[in-house]
Ligand binder design. Structure first.
Ligand SMILES: NC(=O)c1ccc[n+]([C@@H]2O[C@H](COP(=O)([O-])OP(=O)(O)OC[C@H]3O[C@@H](n4cnc5c(N)ncnc54)[C@H](O)[C@@H]3O)[C@@H](O)[C@H]2O)c1
Length: 472
């Protein structure tokens, strides 16, 4: 789905221009090295961001059956996170390739990413599993070093970094680098078959899609004030990145992007606009302390496609309410369960009519046991493309999925209708200078004198998601 059918004109122009930029770079004599590992070469891997997903991605990299792999370097801003991930990987019985990361290839700090990537040779793979604020920073260096990349979702939270990442994607393509993005629904064999069935007309033209992720507060989406002392404000915000739009796009971007991505894939288009509801029902935690993060605890976003089709995304992080976590598509001839549970849980199925009754079932997915894990599939697919030098770049669609997500979030946060164009061209950059941060830097978001951070105020702050400094 690299070229959605309903792309607006000026965006098409923008993408054409970034393409021209890449072509000019190539013609200007930028070397296009042979950066793929041949058949049996060992692909070395560096892990940048050694948290939960980083450990998982590195493990997946070390489980692939496509050829030899080796983890050779690790980087984080927290020593304990790196150590934890290293110990877990060393002790992991599912891994079939070596973990070879001696002390002098373990790096801590905001420049650790460079040192880890300096341990690689062209054609190796750098994994980016930090919060999204650092994607463009790390991707810029990987391209300079001719490295293939696996980077986690979301890729961006704002317009300026989205435009930057689209340009970087063109540069990576011009160098024939392979880049995987952790929107793993695209590598679910069930969703792949469902996508072809929908394209073949099995449920007719899609007119409505629904995505739900509703559960209690998870991750670091809800924060009370930073405790005095301890780590710096910057490191605290990074540690609690779901609470801060600059770091993660907030819980809306971090939690809901999978459904947004895979439903738009089923429709083969990105929405042109969004309008939304959302709010904060609970302002105090159970102990009566005020929450200071930037998230709403409910979001209901209505996306509209160029053909008038609709997509409703409901997100909620409140305990005690009915948990719902699945996704659906409705067409003119029938309907589909896209994700039966969670982000892209098996099985997917199609139905005559709109009810999803078993009597009306047309198809239900059956996936080979060894291909049931989309997180492992995405690594087998990426390394297979590297070894066989097949074109492989998921960045553009990763940015488009991130922009669509940000468009819905911004619609809820401002109380306005937001178009894809507005989101792409918006000038508010949430973490300017993310490439220059050091351990001593102030955080990109500052608390007001009452210790609270700027929050979205729909109907009051309408041309940006929040004011840089909170009015008290
Ligand atoms: N595809 C999926 O299903 C999935 C699942 C979970 C997380 N994720 C994504 O993975 C990313 C990380 O999430 P997580 O849950 O692993 O978070 P985490 O906090 O557990 O891990 C992030 C790690 O990055 C480190 N880090 C932060 N800034 C850094 C920097 N500038 N340089 C080096 N290290 C830095 C942190 O210290 C931490 O160890 C997020 O973007 C998240 O959305 C994707």
């Amino acid at each position: 789905m690299n070229e959605p059918r309903n792309e607006p004109t000026s965006r098409r122009e923008f993408l054409k221009n970034t393409g021209r930029f890449a072509a000019v770079s190539a013609l200007a004599g930028v070397a296009i090295p042979h950066v793929h590992a041949a058949g049996n070469d060992t692909i070395q891997v560096a892990l940048i961001g050694c948290g939960g997903r980083g450990g998982g991605a590195a493990k997946n990299a070390l489980m692939v059956k496509t050829g030899p792999m080796k983890l050779v370097a690790m980087a984080d801003v927290f020593d304990h996170k790196l150590k934890g991930a290293y110990e877990a990987l060393k002790g992991d019985k599912d891994i079939i390739h070596p973990v070879d990361v001696p002390e002098d290839r373990k790096f801590i700090g905001f420049d650790a990413y460079k040192k880890a990537m300096d341990c690689l040779k062209p054609g190796d793979i750098a994994i980016f599993t930090t919060p999204l604020a650092f994607r463009w920073v790390h991707f810029t260096y990987a391209i300079e070093k001719n490295l293939n990349v696996f980077m986690e979702k979301p890729l961006t939270a704002d317009g300026p970094t989205s435009r930057r990442m689209l340009k970087l994607a063109e540069e990576a393509n011009a160098k024939n680098l392979k880049v995987g993005v952790g929107l793993m629904s695209r590598h679910s064999r069930a969703l792949q078959e469902l996508h072809s069935r929908i394209q073949d007309g099995e449920i007719g033209d899609i007119v409505l899609m629904r995505g739900y992720r509703m559960h209690g507060p998870v991750g670091s989406m809800a924060s009370t004030a930073k405790p005095a002392g301890g780590i710096s404000e910057l490191l605290w915000q990074i540690q609690r990145f779901h609470s801060f739009i600059w770091a993660s796009g907030g819980c809306y971007s971090d939690f809901y992007i999978h459904h947004i991505d895979h439903l738009c894939w089923m429709k083969n288009a990105w929405p042109i606009k969004a309008q939304a509801l959302g709010g904060r029902h609970y302002k105090l935690n159970p102990e009566g302390l005020p929450y200071v993060d930037q998230n709403f605890d409910t979001y209901s976003v209505e996306y509209t496609f160029a053909d008038g089709g609709k997509f409703i995304l409901d997100g909620r992080c409140i305990n005690g309410c009915k948990p719902i976590y699945n996704s659906f598509a409705h067409g003119t001839k029938g309907s589909a369960i896209v994700s039966k549970a969670n982000d892209c849980g098996l099985p997917s199925s199609t139905y005559k009519g709109q009810n999803g009754d078993s009597g009306n079932q047309i198809w239900i997915s059956k996936v080979k046991p060894e291909e049931q894990d989309p997180y492992l599939n995405e690594w087998n697919d990426l390394t297979e493309a590297i070894r066989n030098d097949k074109p492989y770049s998921e960045v553009k669609r990763g940015v488009e999925a991130s922009l669509t997500t940000s468009m819905g979030r911004m619609a809820a946060h401002t109380g306005q209708e937001i178009t894809f164009e507005q989101m792409l061209n918006h000038e508010h950059e949430y973490a300017p200078g993310a490439d220059k941060l050091t351990m001593d830097s102030p955080a990109p978001l500052l608390a007001g004198p009452d210790g609270k951070y700027p929050i979205p105020m729909p109907g009051i702050t309408t041309n940006r998601e929040y004011e840089p400094v909170r009015a008290v």
